[in-house]
Each structure stands twice: as structure tokens, then as C-alpha cells.
Design a protein around this ligand. Structure first.
Ligand code: GDP
Ligand code: MG
Length: 765
């Protein structure tokens, strides 16, 4: 099968094109560095199927970043049948810089001018024929977003792939042209493949090349002795780069035709008074002046985040409850009672959740009635289906609307280009403490799912930085942990009649991030030291989020969640129900007797471990449910709540008293254990910071460089969760213990600082 590779700058639309051609739904994100690994798919609309490879984004073919190495090696060594170079047409000259390097390789090349929809919308034009003539390779206009030009592009690429193409260079008029020519001849004599490309790279003193072609590199060294450029001296790399840019700005001056009339027709009276700097500033720059402000950048991010949580979880939307005296919409007596809020307005996320719960409750009732009407249906079948399977499954599924609402907002932040700014502001704040923005990008991706986020750490060159980052990624709470946060927050609000669910969930998310930053800083200053490589990232221009992208993200999320619900979670639910309804001697138990079950005996055995955390031996009869849920959560985090759902259908059912109106089974069960609020918060924190789900653990094992690092990572997760949860429980229960913790932290920091100073002093000796 023929193989075509997609190459181009970060954020130029490679993955969008890949998705368009192959019908996949790979992650498209408006920030550089989303695609780290190469992705593969098939294009089927030609006479024969074509294998398409989406390469990581690169600015050049030098070997400076892992992305560059992956893409360069793929093109040079795996020799695709055609390279499709995607060029962001709105940023033509800069993108063509890479094109001038790709031209030097002996491989069929086709240029795809992407983002043509933006150009057309502005009323600008691009002289495609002229670009084609100058570059000497086919050029096709496309819009990966709107889905235009893809088939034409593939047709041209298919044609091109049939012919042999010899590399060409734009450096023919440069002062190094002779040297390059001579080295090329020498390499050809040695039968080196891609002689032109290697000759240029050798002239540039590319480190990988010098190692591979010692003899030819001597020619370059000899030439250097006789040559000196006025501006760059003997920095040949700079000379070559300068030459490429000069060529581009000279030759491509006239290909971009701006829609002048458009501008002149709209004279702006105010503009006269505006000084030059702000006139040159684009809209994006202006927004960035605020959003990436030195001091306000991080607070603004936290406020935006709070707003998102408020819209998703609050049952007191915009805090309007204070102004609403009575029920603002009366559905009293109908099934819709309370769906839209009681004495306050529910946020969109909560309304959707309530509607779904209404549906699932009705469904459970129907099934229950149906089973009851069957004569001779054993009682345990009714319990198994309604309390076991349905309660467990629906306990988790009911969070789908809120997960989707939250991710809709996250996708908007990402697609608009804001998340890239967050990495930038965090980099600025934490760089001096050994933490770079490159590490923050995978961490922020962790909000979605830890698995791709851990894979994304491949962009980190320093192994210690990578290890430390993999460890803290799970602390950026993923979608699967959301049901835990929300359900427990709901229980706190319902049982203690305090607080707002949105504020609790938000605080827990922030807590996760704070624990991540603190622990990575500790590691980077103790066991995981290393260089902080410079963080060069081009901030993508802000743009309105694309509806198609948003829906794609949400659809992906929903599909994944539902699939998991009907496989892993359903299976675990069934196991839990059986373990909780039978004794070791396989005797069926009634709901009230569940504390004699197999599950209970295992739970009671584990219970003492959790005593310092507040949900151990100090709890009443049903206290073992917390430990059991946390352990089952290691398979998939949703299991914590499906387990609650299954158990609560029984325990909560009979624990409910007459005056507990408006309280769910899960909330009633939690109340029946006699757990305190600090212990509930500690329970959330424990689940957030302990060993993540099975899939994330397996990914960590695969991505970490050694077994030893992986083992320490497991230990790190256990220790951190234990410490964080205990701290929360103790301080929450007895406030004065805060002083003890502050003292311990002060001692640890002092110790690290002194130790680092000593080390430095030793290094200078
Ligand atoms: P990659 O980093 O090169 O893989 O780029 P992506 O495919 O992830 O796209 C980066 C951003 O550019 C996303 O926000 C896309 O929605 C957007 N984008 C991609 N192609 C087009 C296009 O043809 N037109 C417009 N307007 N936006 C596009
Ligand atoms: Mg990509």
C-alpha cells in the first residue's frame, strides 16, 4: 500500500486534514504539540487505498526537539511515497520555511495550502499558480475545516507519487552554494541517499550529520577556514536560515493579494488618534495583554475555571437564590418538581442531570413493576436487576450530562487558543522553580484523560522532568473522577445543609492542581532534578471555537464513557452485587444483613487502613463501603460511584427515614455511616490523588523509562494520597493541627534549600 505522510508546522491543520482524509476522530487542538506520536489511517477514495500518516508538527528538519526527530526520521528512513506538506496560508512565509527544507529531500512533494476558508472570508487572494511555479511542486488549496480540496489534493499527490523527484534547493544563489554543491558530489560518490539534503545539513553543521558523514564534514571544516560572512561570521547555520528567509520574502512578495478595497471602504475616523503601537497590535495581542497579564494571568484563569464549574454544578445559578422568595417555577405535584431548582435556579448542567435522572428513575420503576408482574420471579432477581445492575449503572450514567457540559467548556477554552496561554502563564510563574511550560501542556490535557496526557509527555526531553510529570498528571482530575467529586459534594450539601456543590467541586479541582504543582516542585528539587529546557511556543491566534470540533470532542467523550459504562463498570457492578448479597457459605442475604456479606468482611478487614484518613474504623456499621469503593476505583474511577449506587440501593433504602425528603439513596447511605464532612472531603482527595485507574497505570508503565521509576511512581501515588487525605481530615477535624503541618512543611523546605546550597557549593569546588 502506498504511504503518504502529512508534515507541517504545529497547529497548521495536519490532524484536521488527517481526520478529513481518513474519517478518523483524532484529537484536533488549537495549540502546538497536540500530536506527538505519528497517527495512521487509510484514504479510500482513489483506485487503491492509501496509508496516511499524521506526523508531529515541526518548524524545521533540525534535530532539536523530539517532534523534529520523529518527523525527520520518518521521512528520511521510512521513505513515504509522497510527502504532503501542509502550509497555513494565513501565515505563508513562515510556513514555507519548512517547505524549502522538504524540497531538498528526494521525495515526491505536494503542498496543501490550508485555511483557505479564512483567506476567502477576508476577501484576500493567493496566486497558487505562481507558488507552484516557484516551488516546482504541485500546490493545492484546501480547507481542512470546511472539508474542501481534500480529494483534489489526494489526486495530485497520487500522480506525484508515481514519479521520482530529485531534491532542489533555494540556496543556489547563496555564498555557500559552491560548498553545498561540492559536498553533494562527494556524498553521491559515497552512494549516500538524499545527497542534497545531507549536503545542506552538513554545511549547517547539524550534529547528527557530522557524526554520520565524517569525511564530508571535513570538507566543510576546511571551507570554513577560508570563508567569513560579514554578518554571521562562520555560523553557517545562521547563513543558511537567513538565505531561506531572504528567498521567501523576495520571491513570495506578490503571491498574497490583500483585499485593499475592503480596507479603504471603511475609513476609521477614530484611528487618527491611535498611536502606532496599538494600531499594529492585532486583536489577539490585545486580548493577550489582559489574559496573559503578569500578575492577573493566573487569577483570571482561576476565575474562568470557577465560572465553568458554576455553570456545570451549581444549583444556585448566578447566586440568584437570594432574590427568589418562593418556588420560581411551580411543577409541584408533577414529575418535574425540583428539576429546574427549588428556591433558586439550577445551572444548565444540573437541569440536564435532573432530567436524565428523571428518565432513569422512571425506567427502573418500569422494570421493577414488570418483574413484579411476572409470577414466580424470585426476589433476588428483582434485587439483582434493579438494585444491582440498574442502580449501579445509572448512578454513573447520571453524571454524563455534567461531564459533557464541563467538557464543552474545556473544549471551547482549548479550541479558542486560551489553553495554550495557560501553559504560557504557568511557565512564566514556575520556570524558576524547575518547571517548564512544556510539562504543563500534558498536565492540562489530563483534565480530559490521563492516558493521552501521559503519552504527550514524550515532548519532554529531560527524563526526570518526564517522570515527574507523568506522576502528577492524574492530579489534574479527569472526567472519570467527576462523578466521585459531584456525588460526594452533593452528599455534603444534602446531609449537612451547607455549601454549594459547585464551590466544593471547584475547590477539589484546584486542590488537585495545587498538589500537582507542589509535588512536582518537590521532586524537581530533590530526586528528579534536571535542566529546565527553554520553552518556545508560538501562541496560536485566538479564534471562535469551531462547532464541528466541539461536537467531535463531546461525541468522543460520550462514546468512551458509555462504552466503559456497559463494559468495565457493568461487570464490576455485577460482581459487587453478588459479593455484597452472599456470605462466604453462599447464603443469600437480605438488605439489612449485608454487613455479613463477603464484600463486608473484606471491607472490614481493610477498614483500619483508612482510620487516619477519617473513613476507617471510627465509622458505624456501614463504614466499610468507603474502603471498598476506593479499592474498586482502581479498576476505573467511575466504579467508586457505581459501587455506591449498588450498595446504596439497599443500605440507603432502609436507612432513609420519614423526614429525609429530597435525599437520594447514596446520600442516605453516606449519612448512615456517620462519616464527618472533613472525612468526606478527605475521601474525595484520596481518590483523586491515589493510584489512578488501570488504564493510566498501564500507560505510565509503558511511558516511564524503567521498571524502577514505575515502582517508585506507584509508591509516590500511595504516599501522596495518604498524606494529603490525612492532612485534610486532621486539619478539618481539629483546626489547631494546621500548625503542626505548617511546621513540618517549613522544616522540609528548609532542609531542601540547605541541601541544594551545599550541593551547589560542592559543585563549585
Ligand atoms: P495540527 O496541530 O497541525 O495537527 O493542527 P490541528 O488539525 O490540530 O488544527 C489546529 C487548529 O486549526 C484547530 O483549531 C483547527 O480547528 C484549525 N483549523 C485546521 N484547519 C483549518 C481550516 O482549514 N480552516 C480554519 N479556519 N481552521 C482550521
Ligand atoms: Mg495535530
Amino acid at each position: 500500500m502506498k504511504r503518504f505522510a502529512l508534515a507541517g508546522n504545529p497547529n497548521c491543520g495536519k490532524t484536521s486534514l488527517f481526520n478529513l482524509l481518513t474519517g478518523s476522530t483524532a484529537h484536533v487542538g488549537n495549540w502546538p504539540g497536540v500530536t506527538v506520536d505519528k497517527k495512521e489511517g487509510t484514504y479510500k477514495k482513489l483506485a487503491e487505498p492509501i496509508h496516511i500518516i499524521d506526523l508531529p508538527g515541526i518548524y524545521s528538519l533540525s534535530p532539536y526537539t523530539p517532534e523534529e526527530v520523529i518527523s525527520r526520521n520518518y521521512i528520511l528512513e521510512e521513505k513515504p511515497d509522497c510527502v504532503i506538506n501542509i502550509v497555513d496560508a494565513t501565515n505563508l512565509e513562515r510556513n514555507l520555511y519548512l517547505t524549502t527544507q522538504l524540497l531538498e529531500i528526494d521525495v515526491p512533494l505536494v503542498v496543501a495550502l490550508n485555511m483557505m476558508d479564512v483567506i476567502t472570508k477576508k476577501g484576500d487572494k493567493i496566486d497558487v499558480a505562481q507558488i507552484e511555479k516557484k516551488l516546482g511542486v504541485p500546490v493545492v488549496s484546501i480547507s481542512a475545516l470546511k472539508g474542501t480540496g481534500g480529494d483534489e489534493l489526494m489526486k495530485r499527490a497520487f500522480e506525484a507519487s508515481k514519479a521520482v523527484r530529485k531534491g532542489t534547493t533555494v540556496l543556489n544563489n547563496s555564498s555557500l552554494a559552491h560548498l553545498i554543491g561540492d559536498v553533494k558530489i562527494a556524498l553521491e560518490y559515497e552512494n549516500v541517499e538524499n545527497p542534497l539534503f545531507h549536503a545542506v545539513k552538513l554545511a549547517e553543521n547539524d550534529e547528527l550529520e557530522v557524526k554520520d558523514h565524517v569525511k564530508a564534514s571535513q570538507m566543510v571544516e576546511d571551507f570554513k577556514k577560508t570563508f567569513k560572512d560579514d554578518t554571521f561570521g562562520t555560523d553557517f547555520e545562521a547563513i543558511v536560515a537567513d538565505e531561506r528567509y531572504k528567498y521567501l520574502s523576495k520571491e513570495f512578495k506578490n503571491v498574497y493579494i490583500k483585499n485593499e478595497s475592503n480596507r479603504e471602504n471603511k475609513p476609521n475616523k477614530k484611528q487618527k488618534n491611535v498611536n502606532m503601537t496599538s494600531m499594529n497590535m492585532s486583536k489577539s495581542d490585545k486580548i493577550d495583554r489582559v489574559l496573559t497579564h503578569k500578575i492577573w494571568g493566573i487569577p483570571i484563569f482561576l476565575v474562568i475555571l470557577f465560572f465553568i464549574f458554576h455553570l456545570t454544578f451549581s444549583s444556585n445559578f448566578l447566586f440568584l437564590g437570594a432574590f427568589i422568595k418562593d418556588d420560581w417555577v411551580s411543577f409541584a405535584g408533577t414529575p418535574f418538581e425540583g428539576v429546574f431548582g427549588e428556591g433558586a435556579i439550577n445551572s444548565p448542567g444540573v437541569v440536564l442531570q435532573n432530567l436524565l435522572t428523571l428518565l432513569t428513575d422512571t425506567l427502573t420503576q418500569w422494570v421493577g413493576n414488570g418483574l413484579d408482574s411476572i409470577k414466580g420471579c424470585p426476589e433476588w432477581v428483582h434485587g439483582f436487576i434493579c438494585d444491582g445492575i440498574l442502580s449501579g449503572l445509572f448512578a454513573v450514567l447520571s453524571f454524563l450530562p455534567q461531564i459533557l457540559v464541563l467538557f464543552l467548556f474545556f473544549s471551547i477554552l482549548e479550541d479558542s487558543g486560551y489553553m495554550a496561554r495557560v501553559a504560557f502563564i504557568l511557565d512564566r510563574a514556575f520556570r524558576k522553580f524547575g518547571l517548564s511550560g512544556r510539562a504543563f501542556m500534558p498536565m492540562i490535557m489530563g483534565f480530559g484523560c490521563s492516558v493521552p496526557a501521559m503519552i504527550n509527555t514524550r515532548t519532554l526531553a529531560d527524563d526526570n522532568e518526564r517522570t515527574a510529570t507523568v506522576r502528577v498528571i492524574p492530579y489534574f482530575s479527569c472526567g472519570a473522577k467527576l462523578p466521585i467529586l459531584t456525588a460526594v459534594a452533593g452528599a455534603i450539601v444534602a446531609n449537612a445543609k451547607i455549601g454549594n456543590a459547585d464551590i466544593i467541586t471547584y475547590s477539589m479541582y484546584v486542590l488537585g492542581m495545587v498538589v500537582a504543582v507542589i509535588s512536582i516542585l518537590l521532586m524537581r528539587n530533590t530526586t528528579m532534578k534536571g535542566e529546565v529546557p527553554p520553552f518556545i511556543m508560538e501562541l496560536p491566534a485566538y479564534h471562535a471555537p469551531q462547532f464541528k470540533n466541539l461536537m467531535l470532542h463531546l461525541w468522543d467523550k460520550a462514546k468512551h464513557f458509555i462504552k466503559k459504562a456497559f463494559t468495565i463498570i457493568l461487570a464490576s457492578t455485577i460482581v459487587i452485587w453478588f459479593l455484597s448479597h452472599f456470605t462466604w457459605s453462599w447464603k443469600f442475604l437480605a438488605d439489612e444483613e449485608m454487613d455479613q456479606s463477603i464484600l463486608a468482611s473484606i471491607g472490614q478487614l481493610l477498614q483500619p487502613i483508612f482510620t487516619p484518613l477519617g473513613f476507617g474504623s471510627q465509622l458505624k456499621q456501614w463504614g466499610w463501603v468507603f474502603g471498598v469503593a476506593a479499592i474498586i476505583g482502581l479498576i476505573a474511577k467511575e466504579n467508586v460511584i457505581s459501587c455506591f449506587g449498588t450498595l446504596a440501593a439497599c443500605i440507603g433504602g432502609f436507612a432513609l427515614t420519614q423526614d429525609d425528603t429530597g435525599i437520594t439513596y447514596v446520600q442516605a447511605m453516606i449519612a448512615a455511616t456517620g462519616i464527618t464532612i472533613p472525612a468526606l472531603i478527605s475521601f474525595i482527595a484520596f481518590n483523586m490523588t491515589t493510584i489512578p485507574c488501570f488504564a493510566a497505570v498501564a500507560t505510565a508503565r509503558a511511558e516511564l523509562s524503567s521498571k524502577k521509576k514505575f515502582n517508585w511512581t506507584l509508591l509516590f501515588w500511595i504516599a501522596t494520597s495518604y498524606i494529603v487525605a490525612t492532612t485534610i481530615y486532621l486539619i478539618g477535624s481539629w483546626w489547631w493541627t494546621a500548625f503542626i503541618f505548617v511546621a513540618i512543611i517549613a522544616i522540609v523546605i528548609t532542609f531542601i534549600v540547605i541541601n541544594n546550597k551545599k550541593e551547589k557549593a560542592r559543585a563549585y569546588q
